[in-house]
Structures are given as C-alpha cells and as structure tokens.
Write a protein that binds this ligand. Structure first.
Ligand code: GH3
Ligand code: MG
Ligand code: MG
Length: 360
C-alpha cells in the first residue's frame, strides 16, 4: 500500500515536469484517480479485516478460557485423528506436557501396547467419519501414580460451513463415586449378613438356644416335604414336663429355667442331628423325627422319658418326669392337623397318670 502511494507521488512529480500534450496528461491523471479510489477501497477492506482478526482473536481467547475453566479434562483431534488441543484440566489430570502429544495420533504413543494403539486409532477415525459418540468406563494411570476410574466420552463431528471433521473428548473422574459404591456394596453385604444372622437368631429360643415355634411354618414344612419322598415316615413327639409349676413354686424360677436348659440338652442327646427340636411352649417341646417308623419313634420317646426320670433331678434328688404324645405325620395332612393329634396323645398321657408315652 505504501509503495503504491509512493509511486503515485512520483508520477505526480513527473507530470509536473513533463511538457507533453494535454491528452496524455489527462489520461494519466484519470489513471491516478482510479488508483487512488482503489487504494481507498483497499484501505477500508484492510480496516475491516483487522477488525475481523481482532474479533477472531477475542473469540478464540474466550473459547479457550471457557474450555480451560472446565473442571473435566477435555481434548480435541483433527480430521486425521491428531491431538490438537488439551485443556488445563487434562494436563493436570495426566501431568502431561501438551507439546509432547500435539499433532500426534494415539497410534504414535509408544507407551501403549501396539494392539491398543491400533484399536484406539481405528475407533477415532471411525468416530470422526461417522460423527458417532463413544462412552465407556476406564482406568487411567494418573499424575500421582494412582489409578483413576473415569468415564471416557468422545464424539466425532463436522463443521457446517467448511465441512471440517474433528473429534472432541471428555474425561469425567468417578474414582470417588466408585469407591463410595464399593464401600456401599461392602456395607450392604455386611447388612445382609447381619440380617441373616438376626433371622437365624429370631428362630432360636433365648433360654435353651433350640428352635422356637417360629420355625414351624417355614422350616418344618420344608423339611417334612423333603422327607415325604423317602419310604420311612416323619413322627411328631410332644413332650411336656410333669407338674413343672411345682418346681417354680418350690425352688424358684431360676431352678425352673435350669431344668428347662438341662431338658433341652437331654433332648439333643436323645435325637439325631437331622431331627428338629423346638421349644413349643413354656415346658412343652416338640420333636420332629425324620426318616423314622413307629418303633423307632417309640424308642426315642421312651429314651427321653427314661433319661428325664434318671437325670432331671431336683435338689432333693426327686426326678422330674415327662409325658410324651407320639403320632405319625400323614402325607400332605398339614402341620396343624398333626399337631392337634399329638397334643391329644399328650393329653391322654397326662390323663393316664403322667411319666409315660401315648401313641396315636
Ligand atoms: P402338667 O403336668 O399338667 O403339665 O402340670 P404343669 O405344672 O407342668 O403345667 P402348668 O401348665 O400348670 O404349668 C406350667 C408351668 O411352666 C407354669 C410356668 O410358670 C412354667 N414355665 C413356663 N415357662 C417357663 C420358663 O421359661 N421358665 C420357668 N422357670 N418356668 C416356666
Ligand atoms: Mg407340664
Ligand atoms: Mg404344659
């Protein structure tokens, strides 16, 4: 522009010195005028371009500042899948120097195994071409040498006017959420275990530590149904300590408790592991003999009765006796109906004078 102005000045000087015909001078003056107009136009265009450049720089700074203000690591790649931008959060998260990676594709990152590099590069190219989005959870080696659990998100795109392809990605660290989730899972597991233990404890009698009658509904039905498939039968025994009220009255409640605990041990000793012993009421105990027959059930009942007579002794050496009702559980009759029958048998044993067994 300055050169052009200088040339015009020289021309004007020359014209002043020239002694030629007027037509030629006039033509030159016209040319000079055109040039001046052209220069004016160019000057205006230049001012406009300078404004545009200033605005573009302002915009660039604005968008860069915005991207750098984001707390999450952000990166961008060009149409050849080469890194062209990392925000400050990215540089901090990975403790990296952008100059080491700019204008390089993931394929050229030697520290990654070759098969991973190939895979990621292929993915990048595919996303850039298709404009698709990719989203997955990933473990990263972090600046402090720890591993960070993060959500990795990236998307290909194309600008509308210039049809330029690119890719933008974001990393959202979820290490805290992951450790909270793991912590929560551990606590839930502990709670579930505690809950199971509570449920098991709720089935036990606080004094004798054998089952209480809560198990009747669920456990007994289940066990009986399983045993029904066998050729041998299930037998119900209902044992009730005789004149137990007198024990409490004469020796106190704690002596009564002791007898109840001793009787529970005695029952356990007299039965097999698979049989079910339940404290059915205060001094009433239900024994369910699995895989038994009439003779074996009577033998067990008699063993219990004998043991009580011999071992369940009071301080005055008198024994506490037990009356027992015995009955067979009939296939598919239901627990309640069997209980009714065994209770009747027990009642009969009491009626007959106690310290005996009655089979119904
Ligand atoms: P029967 O021969 O007719 O069965 O007479 P019994 O005295 O044994 O029967 P009764 O039903 O009249 O009395 C039962 C007693 O058992 C009354 C109650 O105080 C006592 N008992 C029930 N549960 C407990 C307990 O947990 N501890 C103590 N120490 N006594 C209990
Ligand atoms: Mg009794
Ligand atoms: Mg009773």
């Amino acid at each position: 522009m300055d050169n052009l102005k200088r040339s015009i000045k020289q021309l004007e000087n020359l014209i002043g010195k020239l002694d030629r015909n007027l037509d030629a001078n006039y033509h030159i003056l016209e040319l000079i005028e055109d040039c001046k107009k052209e220069i004016g136009k160019k000057e205006e265009e230049l001012v406009e371009l300078k404004d545009q450049l200033k605005n573009a720089r302002k915009d660039k700074e604005f968008y860069l500042t915005a991207l750098n203000s984001l707390p999450n690591p952000i990166f961008m790649k060009n149409s050849r899948a080469e890194f062209i931008f990392f925000n400050e959060a990215y540089q901090e998260y990975f403790n990296m120097n952008p100059d080491d990676y700019l204008n390089r594709t993931v394929y050229s990152l030697e520290y990654l195994p070759i098969n991973e590099r190939e895979k990621y590069h292929r993915e990048d190219i595919e996303l850039i071409q298709s404009g698709r989005v990719k989203y997955h959870e990933k473990f990263f080696q972090l600046a402090d040498k720890n591993h960070g659990n993060a959500l990795y998100w990236s998307k290909g795109f194309m600008t509308e006017q210039t049809k330029t392809h690119g890719l933008i990605g974001e990393i959202v660290d979820i290490s805290i959420q992951t450790s909270l989730k793991n912590e929560l899972k551990k606590n839930i597991d502990k709670l579930e275990l505690a809950n199971q233990q509570i449920q098991e404890m709720a089935k036990l009698d606080y004094l004798t530590n054998i089952y209480n009658r809560r198990v009747l509904g669920e456990l007994v039905q289940k066990v009986i149904e399983k045993d029904e498939k066998k050729s041998l039968s299930v037998y119900f025994l209902l044992a009730d300590l005789d004149h137990f009220k007198l024990v409490n009255d004469n020796y106190g409640h704690s002596m009564g408790d002791k007898i109840l605990v001793n009787f529970s041990s005695l029952l356990k000793e007299s039965c097999r592991e698979k049989d079910i012993i339940i404290r059915y009421g205060g001094e009433e105990f239900l024994i369910i003999l699995l895989d038994a027959d009439r003779l074996s059930a009577m033998k067990v009942a008699e063993r219990i009765r004998c043991c009580a007579e011999k071992k369940l002794l009071l301080p005055n050496n008198c024994s506490i006796t037990v009356s027992i009702g015995v009955t067979e559980y009939k296939t598919a009759e239901g627990v309640d109906s069997c209980l009714y029958r065994v209770d009747s048998a027990l009642y009969q044993a009491k009626e007959n004078g106690r310290n005996q067994i009655v089979v119904y």
